[in-house]
Write a protein that binds this ligand. Structure first.
Ligand code: ATP
Ligand code: MG
Length: 184
């Protein structure tokens, strides 16, 4: 799976709809301090199911919704969509197999209500998490290495480092399914 497009509306400093496209090769995001570079990374983490506001540099989850500026009033909803190009070697759930791309969407309303969608169809958070398990993509995987993460990996506890290696090897998917089966 490869990130193709990111579509952000009302998320943190992105009041207006902003669309980023990612081509083959390396994409760099540059700009002055405070212009929203890290917010782009936060939005990717968020749409893939991040549940910790702290990991998104906020106090509560509502902090991801645009909270206004000197000239603009706060918005009542944040929405992020992330589109992946699907490779032939990717194994997707049956209902998505054969599709050239898959789009995950997350919405959060100030009322606290939230929605997750895969290809514009409402789904559970679990469906999103499962979609990414074993792909290296996902909130706890290694496809997003932000500032300070390299040092953290090197100095992490052996079990934590093992989790990362197991995700890279594609083992986590089966471990998580086994756990779910044991709970039933
Ligand atoms: P640096 O180069 O210093 O790392 P950056 O480009 O990564 O900067 P970000 O941390 O992405 O910058 O963006 C910070 C800006 O986002 C701040 O101006 C902050 O006010 C704004 N911001 C964060 N959350 C919201 C929100 N909910 N509503 C409006 N603006 C927000
Ligand atoms: Mg930053």
């Amino acid at each position: 799976m490869r990130i193709k497009r990111l579509d952000i509306t009302g998320f943190k400093s992105f009041m207006e709809r902003s669309v980023f496209t990612f081509d083959d090769g390396v994409t760099g995001i540059v700009g002055p301090n405070g212009c929203g570079k890290s917010n782009v990374v936060d939005s990717i983490r968020w749409v893939m199911g991040e549940q910790s506001a702290k990991n998104l540099r906020g106090r509560g989850m509502e902090d991801v919704i645009f909270n206004g500026s000197e000239s603009k009033p706060p918005l009542s909803m944040a929405e992020v969509s992330l589109t992946f190009h699907v490779d032939e070697t990717d194994t997707l759930p049956v209902h998505l197999s054969g599709l050239p791309e898959v789009t995950v969407t997350r919405r959060l309303f100030r009322s606290g209500e939230s929605e997750y969608l895969i290809n514009k169809t409402i789904c559970r958070l679990l469906d999103i998490t499962e979609l990414f398990l074993g792909t290296g993509v996902g909130t706890k995987a290694y496809s997003i290495i932000e500032q300070g993460r390299v040092g953290l990996i090197v100095s992490s506890k052996p079990e934590d480092r093992r989790n990362l290696i197991e995700e890279a090897a594609g083992v986590t998917k089966y471990k998580s399914r086994r756990k779910a089966a044991e709970r039933k």
